[in-house]
Design a protein around this ligand. Structure first.
Ligand code: PLP
Length: 402
């Protein structure tokens, strides 16, 4: 940094020097804030803070958007998963199959229900692999959790063929609001689904929130009870539930944001297209850099844009130094975490997911990311990968670079 003394306005740093955040929610927030404030004023006037009209309204709107008959608003996505599983009757003695690469909450919910966690491998699109699901079916298999990871739906139709009519298909739709595949919509494709409104999700609240989605009346009713101390009415306790209700202020904000979701997803999709073009050009001769694809028949909503890179630790360090936000989703598969060590599932349980975990890298992605920001990301990634390959033992560019 050079200091100059001049009367002129300070020069803007060149665009190429500006950091790129991993996620920037400010434009979204600014866009909806006036409408949200109006709805919040109404709630402040009526003191309808817990459940009430704002939650009812959002539940109806969300159900319509997903094609599920019922939406039940709950406190967060993790509770949504646990309540969805419990409402569908999952408990001790039941085996529940989950993909090995997912956010820990997917596995946590299964374990909190007292069920047996059965992690299986993922396919080349990072989604639960139906063939490996088939290999893990037993007479005790009660459910399969299809995690629609990174914004792309798992192969739900294929999973149904593989598991038959009697195993429950549970969707973890936390990352896939607005996605579809083979004509099935995220949240409306299985027996029951859970979604999250954590602020960074495609449909994010201004705090925590979640929902259970289902077209089964019995499951919806039970989810309504479980979120409210085991009963729908006050002091009605038909079973042991919990307190996990969607906050009315969050529901009101989500109603406003839901009207923008499809447009925001379209912006993400356009950004993904730009990344694809930029990365294809930058890494035309580097096959180790793997870019994500939208599978045929799917509408991907690009919650995350995940590439695979050689020498990820060095690449990540170089990106940080260049001011490029990035993430790793996720650093370890669910069976190789301290919290699941007691299950005794070692390396080799899900070889593809385990290999991916060492190479995946999530690039900045949010509605409104600019082409200039994306060029900067890909430029920095190109430099980082070159440096990493040069530094790696046997790196191909070793003799050329440095
Ligand atoms: C975010 C997320 C969850 C949990 O949602 P919270 O609202 O943070 O509890 C569960 N599963 C997946 C795949 C997620 O991305």
């Amino acid at each position: 940094m050079t200091e100059t003394t001049t009367n002129a306005a300070p020069a803007q740093p060149a665009a190429a020097d500006q950091p790129v955040p991993f996620l920037d929610l400010q434009a979204q927030t600014d866009e909806v804030a006036p409408e949200v404030r109006e709805r919040w004023d109404e709630i402040l006037r009526t003191s309808a803070f817990v459940l009430g009209p704002a939650v009812d309204r959002f539940e109806r709107e969300l159900a319509e958007h997903t094609g599920a008959r019922h939406a039940v608003g709950v406190g967060n996505g993790t509770d949504a998963l646990e309540i969805a599983l419990q409402a569908a009757g999952i408990g001790p003695g039941d085996e529940v199959i989950v993909p090995a690469n997912t956010f820990f909450a997917t596995a946590e919910a299964v374990l909190r229900c007292g069920a047996t966690l059965v992690p299986v491998d993922v396919d080349d699109d990072y989604l639960i692999d139906p063939q490996d699901v088939a290999a893990h079916l037993t007479p005790r298999t009660r459910a399969v959790v299809a995690v629609h990871l990174y914004g792309q739906m798992a192969p739900v139709a294929r999973l149904r063929e593989v598991v038959g009519p009697d195993v429950l298909l549970v969707e973890d739709a936390a990352q896939s609001q607005g996605a579809s595949r083979d004509g099935l919509r995220s949240g409306g494709a299985g027996d029951v689904a859970a979604t999250s409104f954590y602020p960074g999700k495609n449909l994010g609240a201004f705090g925590d929130g979640g929902a259970v989605l289902t077209s089964r009346d019995d499951v919806a009713l039970r989810a309504r009870r479980l979120r409210n101390h085991g009963g729908v009415g006050r002091y009605e306790h038909l079973e042991v539930g919990t307190n996990s209700r969607l906050d009315a202020l969050q529901a009101a904000a989500l109603s406003v944001k839901l009207t923008r979701l499809d447009g925001w997803n379209a912006l993400r999709s356009a950004a993904a297209g730009r990344y694809a073009a930029l990365l294809a050009e930058a890494f035309a001769d580097v096959p180790e850099v793997v870019v994500p694809r939208e599978v045929p028949g799917a509408v991907h909503v690009w919650h995350l844009y995940v590439v695979r890179v050689p020498g990820r630790a060095a690449v990540s360090e170089a990106l940080s130094a260049a001011g490029i936000g990035h993430g790793i989703h996720y650093p370890a598969p669910v069976h190789l975490l301290p919290a699941t060590a007691h299950l005794g599932l070692g390396p080799g349980t899900a070889p593809r997911a385990e290999a991916h975990a060492g190479e995946i890298l999530s690039l900045p992605m949010f509605p409104g990311i600019t082409a200039a920001q994306q060029e900067r990301v890909v430029g920095a990634l190109h430099a980082a990968v070159r440096t990493a390959r040069a530094g790696a033992p046997g790196g191909r560019d070793r003799a050329v670079v440095g």
